[in-house]
Each structure stands twice: as C-alpha cells, then as structure tokens.
Design a protein around this ligand. Structure first.
Ligand code: ARG
Length: 506
C-alpha cells in the first residue's frame, strides 16, 4: 500500500508538494517505512521469513506457480549453483558391501527430529508419505483448528477450512499460508518426543523454500542454511522447507542424515578411518562418482545427495564457507589437541519428513545447537563410532586392567569437558546436559500451564552420561504422538546409512 502510494505520488505528481528531488526523497522515506513494516527480517544478509499474526485471508495466496508476495521474500542461494559431482556413466548395481538395508520388521515410520543423544529403534507409528484425500482433509482440518486455537488473531477458521477443502477437492492437496507453515514447523519441534531442547521451539526460524524443488536449488539453499544457522557461532535454530509432496509431483529428497557428516573409509586391515556409521554410505557415494580428498582424514565432509524424480540422485560437494568446525582441545590437558579431533558446529538433520496437517515435506532440514554429550558421549565415544575412550584413558594414564577403576567413566568426563570447553572458547553455541535438563523441566512446566501434553520419550531425553545427576531422570513422561511432527521412514533411514534404495526410478 505505502509503496504504491509513494510510487503514485512520485509519478503522477498529484499531492507532490514541491520539486522533483523532494518527491524522490519523499518516495525513499515512504519506501523505507514500507519495508520496515512488511519486509522480512534481514539477518546477516540472509532474508528470512518473519512470521506475524496476519489473518490467513489477508495473506497472499501461494502455490507452486505464484511468486512470493510482498513481505515474503524467499531466501535465495547467494552463490552460483553448486557443482554437481560427476556421476558414473551408467547405473551400476549397488556394491555388495552396502548389504541389505536393515529395516525394522514392522516397516513403520518413527518420529524423529532432534535426537538428543543418538539413535534408538524407531517407534511403531504410521504416517504415509502420501495419503488419500479423506485423510488429507481430516488432517488439514485438525491442524487448522489447532492453528486457530493457538493464534486467536488469525481470523475466522470456518472460511479457511472451507477454502482448504475446496482446494483439496480440486487438486488433492493444499498450500499452507506462510504463517501456518511456520507455526506447523515450530509445533512439529514442540511435539518431538526425543528432543530435550524444546524450550526454544517458538524461536525456530523458518525459511519458506516451497517453490524450490530441483536438486541444485535444494543443495544451494542447504549450503546457505548452514551459513545462516551458524551465524558466526551464535547458532540459530532454523528450518528450510522445500517443495512438498503432491499427487502430481513428488518432493525432492535429501539422502544424508545431516547436511554435514564425516566419511568412513574401510581400511584394508578391517578398521575404519573416519565415522564408521557412514562406512557403507561413503562406499556407495564413491561408487557414484564422489572423489574423496587425496589425503583422506578422519573428518572428511561427505557430499550432499539430493534426489528428485526428474534428475535422480545428484551429488554436491559442500563449499568451504558453509562448513564450520571446532578443533577440540582440553582446558588443562595440553596433549588432548594432539589427538587432532574436531566436530562440526551445527547439527542439521536433513532426512526427516516434516508432516503438517496432512501435507508432507520430505526435504525440510532443520537444526538447533549441540548438547555436548551428543558429541563427547556418543559420536566420539560409542564403540561403533569414533570409539575414543580407550585412547583417552591410555593418554590419561588410567588403570584399564579392570572395569572397577571406572576408567571409561573418567575418560568420558575428560572427553566431554574438552568438547564443551572447545565450543565455548571458540564462541560456538553449545549446552551441557545439566543446564539443558533443567531447561527442559521449565519447558514441561510451561506446556502444562498452557494446558498441553508434552510428548516425551524418557530413553531419548535422559542424557547418555550422569543420567541420575540430571532432574529429567527422576520422573516419568507420556509419549503419545502428536501432529505436526517429524518422521523418519525405514527407506529414508536406509538411504542415509547405506545410500540405497533410491526414492525414484528414472
Ligand atoms: N545427535 C546428533 C549428532 O550428534 C544430532 C541430533 C540433533 N541434535 C541437536 N542438538 N539438535 O550429530
């Protein structure tokens, strides 16, 4: 409105009080005012959707074809399209090493999301990738009612539900308003029973990228996500939501479990250089044309794999500027730095399906910041990961001849001190498990006051070290699944670990 008025004033001359330069100044002032009221927040040069309480019917209607309206500027890759890694000429059979995918027997989907400390067996729940029209209608209605109940200023719910029903009748799907999308993503986080860090669910920044569905577009925006979320060390919880699944067009898929993961190379002696969790995935990507660095290391960042129905799986090397890592050192053990350990700063989970009101967004990478134990008590310590406890114990000079010396526990503590100390001293957001446990209880309390159940899975919430020293250990929770939510499907899990099976046949 204001922009239009300013433009009209400048070009028609009516009501323009004085000379041409004055009208130009007037126009600039009005433009500035307009931008302040309706432009998205500008954060570190990145344009992010600013969510307001606008009633839905005043929001510009989107759709695949529509351009984002005023105040809904889409984040755009700031770099040239990423380089695709060369693929082998012909599809070859999967390497025997990749082996059969290990699916849970029930073939179900599991709520996932913000695993506080690793991976546990998927829970038996179902949320199919594409559901029939009736299911979409019912899920849409339930979600829109929730949205209206929690956003009382959003206008009357009846007309919006009717409009969505009509849209579903015509197209089999519907398009969330940007406000619904942002609310849905935040509530999906709030509903995630495995995440201890949910106190900040309202602060999730939402990048609306629903018009992006091609592999290099997705990859480019993922790289921008990494940079924007890192934010010079002050990590911002963030989600990038790419094109949804529709009856006529399948959504893109990101194969990697996280945007940054380290390769695991099988060595001739049977050992693994790097992260053993990704040994089969690494082998498969090499077979697909990825060339590891000439000098392989324990922390080589894997390329990103984005698959679309039209293009098949495409590999993209991450640009250096989107990779932020923290070299690890210990506050009082100088030798610790000689271990040459490091970890990436931002955990961006990239293979979970975001489900909002019957609409499925399979490509919706999101991040919070790390809790130290995820790195120090799992990634670097688990026997099937970097398995560093024996080495740390040996360097500490501990007596490892019997378990009763608790050398494992003592080494674990020092490793975790190093993680927390290094992130802190390098200005990268991280939290410890004691602080985070207390915050989680604050969250539970707030949820209860708001009259909501907070689905919580004890086995994921209790930290993997010193559990009983944290208050979250000493109580029980309800874990009923709620929607919106994040899910991992068995095939998706397999793709993230084995690099197979592809989502689409070309
Ligand atoms: N546990 C995973 C890892 O160590 C990260 C899961 C998400 N964590 C988080 N703090 N948002 O990489």
């Amino acid at each position: 409105m204001i922009v239009l008025a300013a433009t009209a004033a400048a070009f028609t001359g009516w009501t323009v009080p004085t000379s041409f330069p004055t009208s130009v100044v007037l126009m600039l002032v009005l433009l500035f005012a307009a931008l302040r009221t309706c432009a998205p927040q500008l954060v570190g040069g990145e344009q992010l959707l600013q969510i307001g309480d606008r009633p839905w019917h005043k929001a510009p209607r989107g759709g695949r074809r529509a351009s984002p309206g005023p105040g809904r500027v889409q984040a755009r890759p700031t770099h040239p399209p990423p380089h695709a890694v060369r693929r082998p000429e012909a599809e070859q059979p999967p390497s025997p090493e990749a082996g059969p995918a290990r699916y849970p027997a029930n073939g179900s989907a599991a709520p996932a999301g913000c695993p506080a400390h690793g991976v546990s067996p998927p829970a038996p729940v179902a949320a199919p990738a594409w559901t029939g029209q009736d299911a979409v209608r019912a899920a849409a209605e339930e979600f829109l009612e929730l949205y209206a109940a929690e956003n009382p200023r959003s206008g009357r719910i009846g007309p919006r539900i009717a409009a969505v029903h009509r849209e579903i009748d015509l197209t089999g799907t519907y398009w969330h308003t940007p406000e619904e999308l942002a609310f849905g993503a935040r509530v999906a986080w709030r509903n995630n029973a495995r995440c201890i860090g949910r106190l900040y669910w309202r602060s999730l920044q939402v990048r609306d990228l629903r018009t992006v569905g091609d592999a290099s577009g997705v990859a480019g925006h993922c790289f921008d996500h990494l940079r924007a979320a890192h934010n010079g060390g002050k990590i911002r919880p963030m989600i990038s939501i790419f094109a949804p699944e529709t009856p006529t067009r399948p959504a893109p898929r990101i194969w990697n479990e996280q945007l940054i993961r380290y390769a695991g190379y099988a060595e001739p002696d049977g050992r693994v250089l790097g992260d053993p969790r990704y040994r089969p995935f690494t082998t498969e990507l090499i077979r697909r044309g990825w060339q590891p660095p000439t000098r392989r290391s324990a922390f080589d960042v894997l390329p990103l794999v984005v698959e679309t129905a039209d293009e098949g799986p495409q590999l993209f090397q991450l640009p250096q500027h989107s990779i932020h890592e923290v070299p690890l050192e210990h506050p009082d053990l100088p030798w610790f730095a000689d271990l040459n350990l490091r970890w990436h700063a931002v955990p961006v989970i990239s293979n979970n399906r975001l489900d909002i009101g019957g609409i499925s967004y399979p490509a919706a990478p999101f991040n919070g910041w790390y809790m130290g134990t995820e790195i120090g008590a799992r990634n670097l310590a688990d026997e099937d990961r970097y398995a560093l406890i024996p080495e740390v114990a040996q360097r500490l000079g501990l007596d490892t001849s019997t378990e009763a010396t608790l050398w494992r526990d003592r080494a674990l503590v020092e490793l975790n001190r190093a993680v927390l100390h290094s992130f802190k001293s390098q200005g990268v957001s991280i939290t410890d498990h004691h602080t985070e446990s207390r915050r989680f209880l604050v969250h539970l309390d707030r949820e209860e006051r708001a009259g909501r159940q907070c689905p919580t899975d004890w086995s994921w919430i209790v930290p993997p070290m010193s559990g009983s020293q944290t208050p979250v250990f000493h109580r029980l929770y309800t874990a009923d699944e709620q929607s919106p939510n994040f899910f991992t499907d068995p095939e998706t899990t397999s793709r993230g670990l084995q690099g197979t099976p592809p989502a689409f046949r070309l």
